[in-house]
Design a protein around this ligand. Sequence first.
Ligand code: SAM
Length: 250
Amino acid sequence: TPGLYIVATPIGNLGDITLRAVDILSRCDGVACEDTRVTGKLLKHLGISKPMWRYDDHSEERDRARLVESMRTRAVALVSDAGTPLVSDPGYRLVNDARSEGISITSVPGACAFVTGLTLSGLPNDRFMFAGFLPQKDKARRDMLEELAGIDATLVFYETGPRLVKSLIAIDDVLPNREVAVARELTKLHEECRRALPSGLIAWYESRPPKGEIVLLVGPPPEEAPREGDAEDMLVRALTTMKTSQAASE
Ligand code: SAM
């Protein structure tokens, strides 16, 4: 059926492609992708041959409009180099435009690095905030961490090997008491997940410059110990409740 199919692909381990992704990629009319070489390799591995069009959100407005228009009669799969399209990857504008043009859209879920890192880290995941990549400039990076510091949730970032230590140093400055996890090379041969206070991780990675792709997680703010006044309040409230229920039963 014509329309747009947002198709997640593996983040390292090719075994993570889904049956549905293979089915859609085999049956679609063409694949819009970030890099035709990367997607070409994946399709070849799957034994699929399809026309490919390079797409990113900075493509000319006209090209995007033409691609969206083609979805009225053709099934177009959108993939990125790895993982779920739109998640720190191109596709947002395409999906937004396709939606306002009334094109039929389906999302085919699959691998996503931040979900994989979050589950592997064992950090609280009942509330988390995915914040993409930290800015590259020192001041902007610090400003962003300060902005996020008050959020009562695990913070999740995308990171690269060469920038990891700089980010850890900034986290140590702004959020020194928060547990941090470094989830690296997920689903690949050298997958690792290391969890400690930022100072400990700085020491570790400074002497072992990390390679590869990283999900960086910062645990939620530690729960505040109740202050003395709070304990007193609680005691008075408990005693009052006891007295009231006693009076009621008499
Ligand atoms: N769309 C992708 C997804 O669904 O996760 C993310 C694309 S983003 C341009 C690339 C970043 O994702 C990397 O710098 C890294 O932070 C993270 N990433 C991707 N694959 C990863 C992996 N196998 N292990 C750890 N992090 C990964």
